[in-house]
Each structure stands twice: as structure tokens, then as C-alpha cells.
Design a binder for this molecule. Structure first.
Ligand code: UDP
Ligand code: MG
Length: 317
């Protein structure tokens, strides 16, 4: 068996050495016991700190470790994609660099892979997370799951093992806007969920701001189907029906009682409500058109600036 571990890193200078050591501690022992080989692929996602030089140092004296360095920050989705494309393992583990995804769980993931699962995913609980954040996340998943076709689970993240089959299925999805949570779920395959304890990152800080979380959230809703467009259609239909009923009512009352002018309230509410709805729907349309715009450009997902891997990327054929 040959295992690839993919680790996206963005400004992770303070934890890289810890993670690298922890991975070797766990995998070195397990690989000997169970007779397999492994490679570590670190993807430097355009870090602005010393991540790259630390990676180079770590890889220098360690034939199992490799790095791929992007020319700028392309985002974690692109980093994971590059890792999948360049990995050659029979199965692939994707994990964060900050020790929130404990390396000691990898042998468990592998044992399920050997039982025949193509995806072994970890699900964290939310102990230690702020109450407000937990509630918001719960609400978000409820909304998203009612809107999109694939099923997303709260707590299931990117820490997972994929068989080569599952990995090439992912690589066959070539869309530019990659919402991995959805893609992982979309490809299907036999999936095993492993529970894990929530933990703080070992050092450094999270790259998620409220704004980026919001963007990610919208991405999740829009990138998987056109239900939001359909909702606009329904809202429009309901508005038209209401307007027709109201117009009819006005017409009848004019015919019977004549015209009386006061009507500022109804006029202004109608203008505001319809105007607002129209703008909202145009916004939803715009989101889709924006995505089409990026898709048709067919730009690469990332640009590699430096790497110590000499192999060709593994692509879906
Ligand atoms: N990451 C990345 N590119 C980015 C942002 C994050 O490769 O643009 C990596 C980061 O180095 C880490 C993982 O993605 O290994 C998860 O990031 P983070 O720990 O900030 O997210 P959180 O755990 O807070 O959700
Ligand atoms: Mg983290």
C-alpha cells in the first residue's frame, strides 16, 4: 500500500515543524507495523511568512516529504486540488497543517479503508466552540440542506481519507468554483464517518474572517444547483398574483365608489417591496452569471512557482 498525505499550508510557520514531526511519529511506526509506504505533500498556498523556507528545510533531509509552492494565495480548495493531482498514493489523506486534524487518527482511517470504504471522513463535535457560532452553523446547515441536492453534515470537514477511485472521481470534476464539502458528498462512494474531538489549533491563527465565512456560505448555496433561481421565480409569481388581486380590488372599488386619491402608504410599500424583490433577484442572477464568467475563462486553479516534485500530475483520464 502507498499512502499520500496532503497538507495545505497558508502562513503556518509556527506549526509546520510540529505537524511534520507528529506525522512522522505516527506514520513511521504504523507504516512499519502494517507494511506500507507514505509520502507527505505540503502545499504552500502563497504564504507571506517563512512557511516556504521552513518547508524546504523539512524536505531537504526527508525523502518522504515534498512541497508544492503556489505563486500566490489561491485558497485551500486549490491547494487540496493540487495535492490530489500530484499525489500518487493508492489512498490519500487530506489534513490541515494546524494539528486540529490529529495525525494519530490516520491509522484508524486507513483501517477503514482496508475494510473497503472509499471515503473515510471525520466528524468533529463542537465542544469549545462559541455557542453563538454553533447555533449559526446549525441554522446554516439546515438552510443549505433544504436548498441543495447533496447532503452536508455539520462538523464534517476536509480531514478525510479518499481511495484512488474517489480521488480520481474528484479530479474529474473540473469546475473552477470548487466547494469541496459539496463535491466530496456529490461523488458518493461507500463512506464511513469517524467521530473526533474538537481541538484548538496548535499555534498561529485561523484564516477565516467573518467575511470569508459569509462568502464561503453563499458559495455553498449557489454552487450546487439553481434552486435559488427557482425561488426568485416563485417569489415573483406570488408577487404578481398579489398585485393582480389588488388591482382587481381597486378597479372594482373605483367602479362602485369612484376615485379617491389618498394612497401614499400602498404606493410606497408597493414600490419598496417590488423594488427590493427585483434587486434581490437580480443579485441572485448576478451570482450565477459571475460563476459562469469564471467557468468559461477556464483559468487554471493554481500556478506552481516552486516544487521539489518531479512527477507529472495525476489526472483523471
Ligand atoms: N489554508 C490554505 N489556504 C488558505 C487558507 C487556509 O491552504 O487560503 C489552510 C491552512 O493553512 C490550514 C487549513 O487550510 O492548514 C485550514 O485553515 P484554518 O486552520 O485557518 O481554518 P479553520 O481550522 O479555522 O477552519
Ligand atoms: Mg484550523
Amino acid at each position: 500500500m502507498y499512502l499520500s498525505v496532503i497538507i495545505p499550508c497558508y502562513n503556518e510557520e509556527s506549526v509546520l515543524a510540529i505537524t511534520h514531526q507528529a506525522l512522522h511519529d505516527v506514520l513511521g511506526k504504523d507504516a512499519k507495523e502494517h507494511n506500507y509506504d507514505y509520502q507527505l505533500i505540503f502545499i504552500n498556498d502563497g504564504s507571506r511568512d517563512n512557511t516556504l523556507s521552513i518547508l524546504k528545510e523539512l524536505c531537504e533531509n526527508d525523502p518522504c516529504s515534498h512541497y508544492i509552492s503556489f505563486s500566490r494565495n489561491f485558497g485551500k480548495e486549490s491547494a487540496m486540488l493540487a495535492g490530489l493531482e500530484y499525489s500518487s498514493g493508492e489512498c490519500v489523506v487530506i489534513m490541515d497543517a494546524d494539528m486540529q486534524h490529529p495525525p494519530k487518527l490516520i491509522p484508524t482511517l486507513i483501517s477503514y479503508y482496508e475494510e473497503g470504504y472509499d471515503q473515510v471522513v471525520t466528524k468533529r463535535n463542537r465542544t469549545g466552540d462559541a455557542k453563538r457560532k454553533t447555533a449559526l452553523a446549525k441554522l446554516y446547515y439546515k438552510i443549505v440542506n433544504s436548498l441543495i441536492d447533496v447532503k452536508l453534515d455539520d462538523g464534517i470537514g476536509d480531514f478525510r481519507l479518499l481511495s484512488r477511485n474517489a480521488a480520481s472521481a474528484l479530479l474529474s470534476l473540473t469546475e473552477y468554483n470548487r466547494f469541496s464539502k459539496g463535491l466530496f458528498s456529490w461523488i458518493g462512494f461507500r463512506t464511513k464517518v469517524v467521530e473526533m474531538e474538537n481541538s484548538e489549533r496548535a499555534a498561529g491563527e485561523t484564516k477565516w474572517s467573518v467575511r470569508s465565512l459569509l462568502h464561503y456560505g453563499i458559495e455553498g448555496i449557489i454552487s450546487f444547483n439553481n434552486k435559488p433561481l427557482r425561488i426568485c421565480f416563485y417569489v415573483g409569481t406570488v408577487l404578481i398574483l398579489f398585485s393582480l388581486a389588488y388591482i382587481l380590488y381597486l378597479l372594482v372599488s373605483y367602479l362602485f365608489y369612484g376615485v379617491d386619491t389618498p394612497g401614499y402608504f400602498t404606493t410606497i410599500t408597493a414600490v419598496l417591496l417590488i423594488g427590493g424583490t427585483q434587486l434581490f433577484c437580480i443579485g441572485v442572477l448576478g451570482e450565477y452569471i459571475g460563476r459562469i464568467y469564471y467557468e468559461v475563462k477556464r483559468r487554471p486553479h493554481y500556478i506552481i512557482d516552486d516544487t521539489n516534485m518531479d512527477m507529472k500530475p495525476y489526472r483523471h483520464s
